[in-house]
Ligand binder design. Structure first.
Ligand code: ADP
Ligand code: MG
Length: 478
């Protein structure tokens, strides 16, 4: 039987505020355990939560960016459950009335097609603390620093049809929240993590299959692996005559498998009810309009513009859009050079990105300025140097030399374009390779490359490759 995969993702994005959602305690990552949880985060008797307005502004920003309606009125509810890292015994979340209603996110798949993914809702809630299993033998440590950290939970429709699509959606969302400046996107620190709901059904079937939910996966690679594992497992269960059990699972990155954690709770297990300590959240149209003014150019708009304005492929545009600083660098280079945007992209995605990665520095700290790279591209464009020799100049710039033209002059890298000079070298090479010449003229076409190589060698790579090709063709056959 042919099976269809169905995936819906719940993403938890930590909002990049300085203080918590209902208290003034700091949210900074990495502090000594239990130094950043105040009486409110701990739910001490007599305390009252006060909503951090910045989190509301961020939720509105997100809602507008996915074309969703921002709720005029939303309500905070208590989600009750017992867990050692949840000091109050409930999490403040939003249930029936979330702040952001339905929207959409357009994603770009590897094959260049676009897909519109439904976003069901997004709501504000507080994070729980953390259980620490590693440092304590036979015991569990509790760090409550994270308790009360603001989260935006973004829930997708079950619109995704493969692990690859799920990853594309996640990456697009990850780029979006960073563009909006509402989440730092640091997945290692858990700032952006996702629960993957996966089910399968016979192809063509309309009703959804029973799903499992794999919790807290915090890397793109793991999401892909967890989903693929789950799909194979569910197929094996169903084809073996069994039934998929609706349950919560966890992904073991070491063993590369998902494991059952607990049977799935239903919403009524949580005994949700409106939090009596918090008023309903009311948002005015004026507040929404003011925030609309602060929206940056969104990734999907920039993607479109890069393709139209610079003639870039989907692939190139996507790479430059996903890394906003790199995209900014690209646009600055293009403004300063006569070379094509495509050539600029190739150098930025190729040579420059490789060097930056190797040295582990970000493009903002690139030792090569946009002006220098633009000049380098100009010298390729006006045939002063070949693309190959340009790599030597690039290395000199990377090492700290400043002036492109100075480097070309000083190192004698100028391209040889004098026809007479190239012809003289070709004559030399032909005279020194009588055997190869005879074979070539006998029909061994492959030897053409040998002659090109010899001429380039004799000119230390400086002969203009186009001219060398043309002149060689003429002379070898005459
Ligand atoms: P919860 O997991 O908190 O019970 P929901 O019932 O709203 O919340 O579902 C959460 C996520 O599960 C959503 O992203 C939704 O698209 C996805 N989902 C729901 N049913 C299925 C299914 N049968 N297969 C795959 N994903 C599903
Ligand atoms: Mg869920």
């Amino acid at each position: 039987m042919e099976w269809e995969t169905v995936i819906g993702l719940e993403v938890h994005a930590q909002l990049a505020t300085c203080s918590k959602i209902f208290s003034g305690a700091a949210t900074a990552y990495g502090a000594m355990p239990n130094t950043q949880a105040c009486a409110i985060d701990l739910g001490m008797p007599g305390v009252l939560p006060v909503l951090n307005e910045e989190t509301v502004n961020m939720a509105i920003k997100f809602g507008l960016s996915v074309g969703a309606e921002v709720a005029e009125k939303s309500v905070f509810a208590r989600k009750n459950y017992f867990y050692p890292d949840l000091p109050k015994g409930y999490q403040i979340s939003q249930f029936e009335l979330p702040v952001v209603k339905a929207g959409t996110l357009t994603i770009y798949l590897d094959d260049g097609t676009e897909k519109i993914v439904g976003i069901t809702r997004a709501h504000l809630e507080e994070d729980a603390g953390k259980s620490l299993h590693e440092d304590f033998q036979g015991m569990t440590g509790i760090d409550l620093n994270r308790a009360g950290t603001p989260l935006l939970e973004i829930v997708s429709e079950p619109d995704l049809r493969s692990a690859k699509e799920a990853v594309a959606y996640l990456k697009n969302l990850h780029t979006l929240v960073r563009y909006l400046g509402i989440c730092d996107g640091n997945m290692q620190e858990g700032s952006f993590r996702c629960d993957a709901n996966v089910s399968i059904r016979p192809k063509g079937e309309q009703t959804l299959g029973t799903r499992t939910e794999t919790k807290n996966v915090n890397s793109f690679r793991f999401v892909e692996k967890a989903i693929n594992y789950e799909v194979s497992r569910q197929i094996a269960v169903l084809e073996g005559g069994g039934k998929v059990v609706q349950e919560t699972r966890l992904f073991d990155a070491v063993k590369n498998e998902t494991r059952s954690m607990r049977s799935k709770e239903e919403a009524n297990d949580y005994r949700y009810f409106p939090d009596p300590d918090l008023l309903p959240l009311v948002i005015s149209q004026a507040q929404i309009d003011a925030i609309r003014e602060t929206l940056p150019e969104l990734p999907q708009d920039k993607q479109k513009r890069f393709k139209e304005q610079y003639g870039l492929s989907d692939y190139d545009a996507n790479n430059l859009v996903n890394n906003a600083p790199l995209g900014g660098y690209f646009e600055a280079v293009v403004k300063q050079t006569a070379a094509s945007p495509k050539l600029a992209t190739n150098w930025i995605m190729g040579e420059l990105s490789a060097a930056l990665n190797k040295a582990d520095i970000t493009v903002e700290n690139s030792p090569i300025s946009t002006e220098q790279l633009a000049t380098l591209l100009d010298r390729i464009q006006d045939d002063t140097i070949s693309g190959k020799i340009a790599k030597t100049v690039f290395e000199c710039l990377w090492e700290g030399m400043l002036d492109v033209d100075g480097i070309i002059e000083e190192k004698g890298l100028k391209q040889v374009t004098d026809t007479g000079a190239i012809e003289a070298i070709i004559d030399d090479v032909m005279a020194n390779s009588p055997e190869q010449l005879a074979q070539y003229r006998d029909g061994k076409d492959k030897l053409f490359g040998y002659f090109v190589g010899q001429v380039m060698k004799a000119t230390q790579g400086k002969a203009n490759p186009g001219q060398v090709n043309n002149l060689l063709k003429k002379k070898l056959c005459s």
